[in-house]
Design a protein around this ligand. Sequence first.
Ligand SMILES: *Cc1c(COP(=O)(O)O)cnc(C)c1O
Length: 472
Amino acid sequence: MTIRNNRATSSASALEPLLQQAHDYALEYIGSIDSRPVYPEASDIANLGLFDEPFPESPCDASELLALLHRNGSPATVTQTGGRYFGFVNGAVHPAALAAKWLADVWDQNPALYVMSPVVSQLEHVCERWLNELFELPNNTALGLVGGSSISILCGLAAARNELLRRLHWDVNANGLFGAPQLRVVIGEQAHATVFKALSLLGLGRERVEIVPTDEQGRMLIDEFPTLDHRCLVIAQAGNVNSGAFDPFNEICDRANSANAWVHVDGAFGLWAGASRSTYHLYSGASKADSWSVDAHKTLNAPYDCGIILCRHREALVSAMQATASYIQWSENRDGMLYTPDMSRRARAVELWATLKSLGKNGIASLVEQLCARANEFADKLRDQGFQILNDVVFNQVLVACDRARLTESTLENIQLSGECWCGGTVWQEQPVIRISVCSWRTTRGDVDRAVSAFVAARSRAQSAQSRENKT
Ligand SMILES: *Cc1c(COP(=O)(O)O)cnc(C)c1O
């Protein structure tokens, strides 16, 4: 059928003014992105107390509610959709993806089963095919769409656990881990916190791991690997969350593959290095792994929440995620819940498909190259201003320090208060550092210049304050 525009229907007439109101607020917000503070001011945060009212007894007018949300909520948002938010590794949002998501929000589809949403099933299928091609993965690599890498890592490690145990003639779904053959988990010293969380959720134990020491950039040292065997689950990383460094995948995967071990690659933001010729050397060898987790909401700039699990062994992923009930109606087509821990979930495929389609392979490559180029400019300009750059800037991450630890800490505090840009902090090689992640498609050279000026001003203020303290 074709959809006719019939605004007289009652549901449309009730919705139309509300959607129009939301649309007006959205445009007002978007228009303010470049001029608003990157981090909300204290008074705007204090205003959030207004939301903390007693649970209303009676209904509230939807238009009033929207007005309240915009008046008190919008000013207290963190402007991560702009060009000068460099916190964590938070991506901005690509216009085509946002618009497609709006439309899909109106659809409100549940892609658990094909029969619930043929269109989303088809878009998931297309995303699977395209990402297999982009990352040069084996034919028939399975894709599941989840909330983020925390869950996609969980899915990858669950598939690994089930498959390694199945090969040892143990059905972990049926019998759990009690009395199961012992698996070995081999992991880099700098693995992400969410990897340890997944290990603990899966009964593999966050402390029962064999830790491989890393070099000064955080890369696993191949010469320090234990001897691998068919009971090993090896977890490697594409993009160290601080330095952006990549583990040596060729060596790791070759060793693991000849031992029949399983390799999972945590590539939350770094897997996208595989999409560009200029960063491909970082990714090289990663396609030889068994499973990969990657976020679309970081480097790719799809909206939150969009995490992806990719698994070479389709059956292993499906078996780890399996659920059965008499009312479930499986189809010949793609049933999304086969690949995720969820049954009901959002139609994430819509915005993932929209981002991939609107950029195309060349656009994704350019986006990756642009983020890396801005990170390098940032590093060079900060170095020129006398800051120390502590990592090799191979991707989009930059670690910055001042001459003294206390100066670094106060400079970071001043940056966070400036409203000009926002960065987080971390500890790197036992010293406090400022952590920059260039993760927004909107970040221009001008944004980098403004941020560098903010760094310099923040350091001057910190220096003056500290020299006043020293005098008293
Ligand atoms: C962000 C990140 C995660 C966690 O991803 P979420 O999408 O926040 O759940 C895991 N690993 C790495 C390397 C990350 O950068």
